[in-house]
Design a protein around this ligand. Structure first.
Ligand SMILES: Cc1cc2nc3c(=O)[nH]c(=O)nc-3n(C[C@H](O)[C@H](O)[C@H](O)COP(=O)(O)O)c2cc1C
Length: 337
């Protein structure tokens, strides 16, 4: 699967552009089994940057239709990651320096508390009240409905990397004392409500994935751990979640991530798989043999490849060739293979 990767390429209000069609379409032409579109905001405040993709109106869904049609024509499966950036919203895209967007072009991020993301000049952040939380659940459900209309085959809920749903999971960022904070049960409530709502909206057989950060990489404080992740997966299974996409970190700038080597997050996927749910492994998977071995040896059910797909859109076609597996090459490209 092509890992979801923000392109920060919208010109107006989260509408997909030719870039999205060409970028995602190229990966489908390159043989990928599942092509997942980037973190796609379920409401305008949920964008990381003003250039993020969104799916908060029917126009947004219509703009994505050519993408899903092209992917389907290539015989691949289209997927979309539904996201809300929470307190990490309203920042400049990486090519513009990443800092907070103050003033007219920016907006007030929302989170489990008023504590902002610790920028040098932090943005005032709004604590969601219970009505605000219910509106977030509705936004995810409506977005999932539109994703189905747009022709996507798989929906993933983004609950990783320090964005809104992860902010509710972790005791580092969630210090609420109401029904959405405190105990494990309370901190996981928002994600469970989102999953239940989305599952009830999308077709019965449609796969539902959830991406999590298996650990906050903050061992010295009360934080989210891999044990919590396995417990969470056990709770998501009866809600109709089909696969946990296992990433890690990015909740807090104090995180201490050991120098990531090849396949560094696979052990976390193995731990989460103890829940009985299928898992996807991601992170520095760059070779055909490596991706194949992860699945063949039962370490994960799905190998998810990010940056190697940026370097080489034809990664999967080359991988098939290297592994002696027959994969149809686009007829336009046969002379190149
Ligand atoms: C340019 C870029 C954009 C990314 N955007 C997202 C995103 O939208 N959602 C997400 O969950 N992860 C995102 N990530 C993380 C990747 O999906 C992936 O988990 C990470 O790059 C590790 O996998 P890799 O070593 O194969 O690249 C992004 C990574 C990159 C390099």
């Amino acid at each position: 699967m092509v890992s979801p990767m923000c392109q920060y390429s919208c010109e107006t209000d989260g509408l997909a552009t030719d870039w999205h069609l060409v970028h995602l379409g190229s990966r489908a032409s390159g043989g990928a089994g599942i092509v997942m579109a980037e973190a796609t905001a379920v409401e305008p405040r949920g964008r990381i940057s003003p250039n993020d993709l969104g799916i908060w109106s029917d126009d947004h869904a219509a703009a994505l239709e050519p993408v899903t049609e092209f992917i389907a024509d290539r015989g691949a499966i289209s997927a979309i990651q539904l996201a809300h950036a929470g307190r990490k919203a309203s920042t400049h895209r990486p090519s513009d320096g990443r800092g907070p967007v103050h003033g007219e072009d920016g907006w007030t991020p929302v989170g489990p508390t008023e504590t902002p993301w610790p920028h040098d000049e932090p943005l005032e952040t709004e604590r969601l009240d219970v009505d605000g939380i219910a509106a977030i659940v509705d936004a995810f459900v409506d977005a999932a409905d539109r994703a189905v209309d747009a022709g996507f085959d798989v929906v993933e809920i983004h609950s990783a990397h320090g964005y809104l749903l992860h902010e509710f999971l972790s005791p580092v960022t969630n210090t609420r004392t109401d029904a959405y904070g405190g105990s494990f049960e309370n901190r996981t409530r928002l994600l469970r409500e989102v999953c239940a709502g989305v599952r009830a909206t999308i077709p019965e057989g449609m796969p539902l994935f959830v991406r999590i950060s298996a650990t906050d990489w903050l061992p010295d404080r009360d934080s989210w751990t891999v044990g919590d992740s396995t417990m969470l997966a056990r709770e998501l299974e009866p809600l109709g979640v089909d696969l946990i996409d296992v990433s890690s970190g990015s909740l807090h700038p104090d995180q201490r991530v050991p120098e990531p080597g090849p396949h560094y997050q696979v052990p976390y996927a193995e731990r989460v798989a103890e829940s009985g749910l299928p898992v996807g492994a991601v992170g520095k998977i760059t070779t055909p043999e490596g991706a194949d071995a992860i699945v063949r040896n039962g370490r994960a059910d799905l190998a998810i490849v990010g940056r190697e797909h940026l370097r080489n859109p034809y990664f999967t076609l080359h991988a098939a060739e290297a592994l002696g597996h027959e994969l149809p090459v686009p007829r336009q490209y046969t002379r190149g293979f």
